[in-house]
Design a protein around this ligand. Structure first.
Ligand code: SF4
Ligand code: SF4
Length: 179
């Protein structure tokens, strides 16, 4: 039991260190990654969707989101009307009541969280509304999205927030040549 605890603590420490270094690492790689994506978009490999799915799965096999939760702590999702209705129903609230309590409309006219870390993140890094969470949370960091070449700018931003997105891009550069 003690060994398991020690292992858990060291995993947490490793993730904390990775999260501390991530903004600097992402900044250092920004120009290189941008150049790579620009080239990739000019000649999109036929099997890009397949390769992205493989890399995404491999990276997420290695990363434990429960040790991280940086997306829930530092950048909230946007909430669609369907998200709002589903979550409000789950919380036995009226959609308008849910909006007033948790959301505001940002400069892009999207509903986003009033507070960060997200109010639905508990002390164990679990989502308290996991089964009904917003679509954007389910799909974050979108690295297994079809036509990944369409979201490279978003991915560049996500490499500074999400260790998985950072690792996916590093792996892409090794495995998917951009000519
Ligand atoms: S999706 Fe990325 S930022 Fe969010 S918890 Fe997982 S590794 Fe961390
Ligand atoms: S709703 Fe859940 S998954 Fe989405 S940001 Fe909040 S805690 Fe994270």
């Amino acid at each position: 039991m003690a060994d398991i605890d020690k292992f858990a603590i060291s995993k947490t420490n490793l993730m904390e260190r990775e999260l501390q270094q991530l903004p600097t690492l992402a900044k250092d790689k920004h120009n290189e990654n941008k150049k790579y994506f620009d080239k990739l978009k000019k000649r999109v490999p036929k099997d890009l969707d397949y390769q992205m799915q493989q890399i995404h799965n491999e990276v997420f096999d290695e990363i434990d989101c429960l040790q991280c939760a940086n997306c829930c702590k530092t950048t909230g999702p946007l909430f669609t009307n369907a998200d709002i209705e589903r979550i409000a129903k789950h919380l036995k609230m009226k959609p308008q009541q849910f909006i007033s309590q948790y959301l505001y409309i940002d400069e892009d006219k999207d509903y986003v969280l009033q507070n960060l870390p997200c109010s639905f993140l508990d002390s164990e890094n679990c989502c308290m509304i996991y089964d009904v969470r917003p679509k954007a949370c389910r799909e974050y960091p979108h690295t297994d999205r079809k036509k990944f070449q369409q979201i490279t700018n978003l991915t560049l931003k996500n490499t500074a927030i999400c260790p998985a997105a950072y690792r996916v891009v590093e792996e892409m550069k090794k495995r998917i040549p951009a000519k």
